[in-house]
Design a protein around this ligand. Sequence first.
Ligand code: ATP
Ligand code: MG
Length: 250
Amino acid sequence: MIDEENVVDPSHPRYKSLMIRKKVADAGVKGMLADSAMIAHGRGEAYDYLLGEQTTPSAMEATREAVARLVRAERPILSLNGNAIALAGADFLTIASQLGCPVEINIFYRTPERMGALLGHLKLLNSKLGLDVEILGGIPDARIPGLEGPRGACQSNGIFEADVILVPLEDGDRCEALIAMGKEVLVIDLNPLSRSSRTGTVGIVDEVTRVTKNMIQMIPEKPSVTEWNNNNALQSALNHIVESLSNKFE
Ligand code: ATP
Ligand code: MG
């Protein structure tokens, strides 16, 4: 359990999951997240519970495919929202440094305070890790066509011109708009039924902190791109849930 002082008991059987939740809670206190962040996280938790809180074989294959496409890309980029930064900011900087690409902060509810908190957090992690990853998003000068208001803001030397884009926990509208721009969109989302999972080029149905760890291992292996069938991959994720639940109480 997480008590009033936000301390997690290590003997709790679902300690790992609670520690991940705590990261979201702590980032909220630091002003890095919108009020809806914990709701989005909770939706992910529910799917992770059904998946057995583990990387399934089909999620591992999707992760490898995404890595292959990032390695092949001419202008890859990692698009980071508040939850992705709160949960795996350091790992995303490591991945960007392995790929030699920038990250761009792209948040749904954009305020100067939240942008400042997220930029500051990533800059701190960059220097703690001894990395020099370019962090974009602070000065948007381009728009993702089809998205109204601040949600469509992006940087011309970042997301706008990228050919392959990794979007953890992305909103379905933005994922669709990026696909419409002709980009390869690699989605990390525990919900195999979300619009992001369904419209992305590759949908990784797995928890973001597990995915980043796997990616860091796989990038040096430079895997090859395959003829990816995303619908088959999403169906495998759903089958995994259904099979693990059938005859549960017999
Ligand atoms: P969509 O807009 O794609 O139809 P949505 O509106 O249900 O989906 P959003 O709130 O836009 O979802 O985005 C949050 C998504 O991120 C959810 O689908 C949720 O399952 C997923 N998610 C939340 N936490 C995690 C996590 N830790 N790891 C991976 N995915 C997560
Ligand atoms: Mg949505």
